[in-house]
Design a protein around this ligand. Structure first.
Ligand code: ADP
Ligand code: MG
Length: 787
């Protein structure tokens, strides 16, 4: 049975029980929450309560908001309840849909239930409006905007249901795991999440990880020399991937490097850092363009937001790429910072027991949702049949002709007194188009991702008969264009796309702004063979076709103002889009692959940290014993032929700087066999450890000391490992797949790195436990100085 069919059956049951609740008084209806909770305590499951919990939420929606969910909204709610993506077109009322599954799951009182939206404005809008329903039913709601202080966080995450953004949740989670007290971890529960506009969060933002940066690292002086060297290279010293998004050195380029820097094998461990800088310099010089990815202002490199072109002040690329660009632009190279915590949205949302999402556009990318997130897409029918007319694309030879015709389409819309929404693919394009409109004396609102509240104002006016709105693709998602009565009569909103976007999904998102809830509406995309996406991704055949067309125009045999009808031209766009889509999919898959490995290591560390934080004496003592044994065993196995000198060095460095030489000699008594050395060192270490621990009289202080020094060891080593992982990723992606398999190499080396880190952590624990110095402050508090 298809999922939808199954949900229809459940919906039927919901409608059967609904009348009973409709007849209840407010008090009786509100009391249902308590009744459900008792039944749950008695062993019933959430699924068993299903028809009734949904019915109660529906009736509460009606009483509190004055909105009765339509049947399709109930179906959408069920899809979410069962952990799917509900594809529901724009304007179908997804905000309201969320109330049903959210109540039906959060009623369990287990907290950790989230509604994630893409920006703070929507969090506040939906959290307040919709939150009233949950509160009316006796569940608490928190709004996660501007929450920074400990107390605020504690309050927020104590709620049954939380409305917040993906980045707020992610950062709070990372901060939780940097702290030294369990009582200061707030985001502990990951039960149920509904991600609104899930494609935007899980696909469009998939490449960005959340990063918490800490102290600056020691400045490297490789940046300038690497930059200089790369600038001196010739074309065949490096090559680009097909989509031009990657670049790597050719064997010839590598030879040059080895020759110039007098290196025998650039890939060997000892040149890791030098090679990394060369790769960074290559990427900075070949992939990042001034004016496109960044601008230089007052001697600083300022990044530009790829989607809306805004300057992102204070944001830096990580892994050293920012510094490499600084070197390229010959401005002061800033210090690299250490990454203290990092998580991708993929791993963040994988933590939930039940992950679900809603959007108007998911079906086109269903395969990826299934493969990467194990999420199925359930297409929910619209409440009223769609009356939107999607015109076939008009394809022109030149950009000029395309713009002229789009202008004519806009003017026709104006003449018919219809609201018009013009979509452009980039900020540059929207600014350009704005000039064209002004030249033609067409007043319009420009919407290119300023702040969301202003977007809301513009969008709220966008449904009037005389309104012309010019927007970039991503602006204003989640806000509704409401048509005036007259606008509806005149044919509804006309969406004019001046170029097709990088994916069909985003095109659909734009079309979906017209014809909501069965209203009339129309969409028309204009395309030219000079569009960036076509030029960059079209096949050779198309380029020839274009050049041929140009010649015919010159000879006066072809009027460029005629729309093209040839197959190669008409399909140019779909093919280009497919190609971009594939390369984006590949790169997202790659990111997911790297991320899974990092995430695996991060989880191991976080679990260990939490056990240390819990101060379970048995666990702490096991770690302490483990440290003694590992460190001494490692030392012994590292020295095949043990000498007195090695042993004294080890003792002075790690156990006691003042250890009497005579005691070492006597203790060993000339016997350098492993067993004897081990016994001697263990005894010496235990004695020193005991002395160190004896400094604490109260058991509480002692436990605290153990916790802090062990934690310090884990954190220091983990931060170094994180740094290593980022650099490793940079390095493996800096070689072509023909030369090696990047992800395999990453997997192997990152694992090796983890083992190395574990051994370093044991040693750091060992030294911290024994060698940490204590000073009493005037106020009686203790100050620790780590070795
Ligand atoms: P979506 O997120 O699916 O694009 P919204 O949640 O923004 O849609 O809702 C669009 C509009 O439809 C809102 O003004 C909302 O109040 C209205 N709406 C939603 N559900 C209903 C309903 N059952 N009855 C009447 N109006 C509704
Ligand atoms: Mg919405």
């Amino acid at each position: 049975m298809s999922k939808l069919k199954k949900y229809r059956k459940i919906a039927k049951k919901i409608y059967q029980v609904l009348p009973k609740y409709q007849q209840m008084t407010d008090e009786e209806l509100q009391d249902q929450t308590r009744i459900f909770q008792e039944e749950l305590a008695g062993g019933r499951t959430l699924t068993q309560l299903l028809p009734r919990t949904f019915a109660v939420a529906m009736e509460a929606d009606r009483r509190v908001l004055g909105l009765s969910p339509y049947e399709v909204q109930v179906l959408g709610g069920l899809a979410l309840f069962f952990g799917n993506i509900a594809e529901m077109k724009t304007g179908e009322g997804k905000t309201l849909v969320a109330t049903l599954p959210m109540y039906a799951r959060a009623v369990a009182g287990n907290r950790g239930n989230f509604l994630i939206t893409t920006n703070d404005y929507l969090v506040e809008r939906d959290g307040k409006e919709i939150g009233a329903v949950y509160e009316w039913l006796g569940l608490s709601v928190g709004i996660g905007v501007d929450v920074e202080e400990d107390d605020e966080k504690r309050q927020l995450y104590a709620n049954d249901i939380i409305y917040t953004t993906h980045s707020t949740l992610g950062f709070h989670y990372l901060f939780d795991n940097l702290g030294t007290e369990l009582s200061k971890q707030y985001v502990k529960r990951f039960n149920f999440v509904i991600v609104d506009e899930i494609d935007s969060v899980l696909l469009d933002a998939a490449q960005t990880s959340l990063v918490i940066s800490g102290a600056p690292k020691v400045q490297s002086n490789y940046f300038e020399i690497s930059d200089w060297f790369v600038k001196s290279m010739e074309d065949d010293d490096y090559e680009f991937s097909e989509d031009k998004k990657k670049v790597w050195f050719t064997p010839q380029g590598l030879d040059k490097i080895e020759e110039y820097f007098d290196i025998d094998d650039i890939f060997s461990e000892q040149y890791f850092d030098q090679y990394r800088h060369l790769v960074l310099a290559l990427q900075a010089n070949m992939l990042k363009k001034n004016g496109q990815e960044y601008v230089v202002e007052d001697g600083k490199v300022v990044l530009l937001d790829e989607v809306n072109g805004r300057k992102m002040d204070g944001v830096k690329l990580n892994g050293g790429l920012h510094q490499a660009i600084e070197a390229k632009e010959e401005v002061d190279v800033t210090a690299e910072t250490k990454t203290l915590g990092m998580i991708s949205y993929q791993s963040l949302f994988h933590k939930f027991k039940v992950l679900s999402g809603m959007t108007g556009t998911a079906k086109t990318d269903e395969k990826e949702f299934i493969q990467t997130y194990n999420l199925k897409v359930v297409e929910i029918p619209t409440n009223k049949p769609s009356r939107r007319i999607d015109q076939p694309d008009q394809v022109y030879l030149t950009n000029r002709a395309k713009i002229d015709h789009s202008l004519a389409t806009v003017q026709a819309g104006m003449a018919a007194k219809r609201p018009v929404l013009i979509e452009t693919g980039s900020v540059t394009m929207s600014n350009l188009y704005s000039l064209v409109l002004l030249e033609n004396r067409i007043p319009h609102n420009l919407l290119n991702a300023s702040t969301a509240p202003r977007e809301k104002l513009i969008v709220s006016e966008a449904g009037q008969t005389d309104s012309i709105t010019l927007a970039t693709s991503m602006a204003g998602r989640g806000t509704d264009i409401k048509l005036s009565k007259e606008a509806k009569e005149n044919g509804g909103l006309l969406v004019v796309g001046t170029e097709r976007m990088t994916s069909k999904r985003i095109d659909n998102q734009l079309r979906g702004r017209a014809g909501r809830q069965g209203e009339p509406g129309e969409s028309q995309f204009m395309v030219s063979l000079e569009d960036k996406i076509v030029v960059e991704n079209g096949p050779d055949r198309l380029r020839k076709f274009y050049e041929h067309g140009q010649k015919r125009v010159e000879k006066g045999k072809l009027d460029p103002n005629n729309a093209l009808k040839q197959r190669v031209a008409v399909h140019a766009m779909d093919n280009a889009q497919k190609k971009v889509g594939n390369s984006e999919l590949e790169s997202r898959k790659e990111t997911t692959g790297y991320d899974a490995i990092m995430s695996n290591q991060r989880e191991k560390i976080y679990v260990a940290r939490n056990r240390v934080l819990a101060q379970d004496p048995a666990y702490l003592n096991a770690l302490i014993n483990g440290a003694l044994e590992k460190v001494i065993d490692n030392f012994i196995s590292d020295h095949r032929k043990m000498q007195l000198n090695d042993i004294t060095n080890f003792v002075y460095n790690n156990i006691d700087t003042g250890f009497a030489f005579q005691r070492i000699k006597d203790g060993l008594n000339g016997n350098f066999k492993k067993k004897n050395v081990r016994q001697f060192l263990m005894a010496a270490a235990r004695e020193a450890l005991q002395r160190s621990l004896d400094r604490f009289r109260s058991p509480m202080q002692l436990a605290y000391y153990k916790k802090v020094v062990i934690l310090k060891a884990i954190d220091t080593c983990w931060i170094d490992q994180l740094d290593y992982l980022q650099q490793l990723k940079m390095i493996v992606t800096g070689r072509s797949a023909a030369q090696h398999k990047p992800i395999t190499e990453f997997t192997l080396d990152s694992r090796r790195g983890f083992f190395r880190m574990e051994n370093e952590a044991w040693l750091a624990m060992f030294r911290n436990l024994i060698l940490t110095e204590l000073d009493q402050n005037k106020d009686g508090s203790l100050e620790m100085t780590f070795p």
